[in-house]
Write a protein that binds this ligand. Sequence first.
Ligand code: AR6
Length: 184
Amino acid sequence: MEVNIAGTLLKLLQGDIVEQDVEAIVNAANTGLWGGSGVDGAIHRAGGPAIAAECRRIREEQGGCPTGRAVITSGGFLKARYVIHTVGPIWHGGRQGEDELLASAYRSSLQLARERGIKSLAFPSISTGAYRFPVERAAGIAMATVKDFLTTNPGTFSEVRFVLFSRPVLVAYEQALAEVLASG
Ligand code: AR6
């Protein structure tokens, strides 16, 4: 699925984020930037040791990355020149600020990309794996947050891509995008 929002192509597709030919890919990291399973493991494996070395420096200098914020490293061996590491919330039932923290993770990543002059970036479905955020709810927050950012920052990006690992997750994001567009 592809739509144009205020001059940015917003694309939803099924695939592997490490293979994307965009300027920056976003990692679903943890607050210590330690690497891990899921997207994080795949990015570190494909990108090589340079990414972990830069994560270590960020950890030493600023203690890692708080939930809802984002930091940036180079992409090592990846096609993408940069990796933006953001930390989504762990799902604890929905009454501990999870929705706002997830929106903040998307917004912080987009803001950091804009500050660096990055024109194209790819997101995974943050928090919906090991962190257990319900996928339909996460998809709604992701689509609403990205749509708001693109509308209020026209022309900042040429393309924002969501790379979803499985068909059911892609369908959840497609439905969420359709709803967000229908609501104006
Ligand atoms: N490309 C795209 N999506 C992927 C890929 C891939 N290569 N691999 C997995 N996914 P998760 P989280 C999907 O667990 O929930 C790590 O250990 C996956 O199917 O990667 O934010 C970190 O270090 C799911 O839909 O991220 C943290 O400790 C989505 O990506 C913690 O997990 C997110 O799943 C972060 O958990």
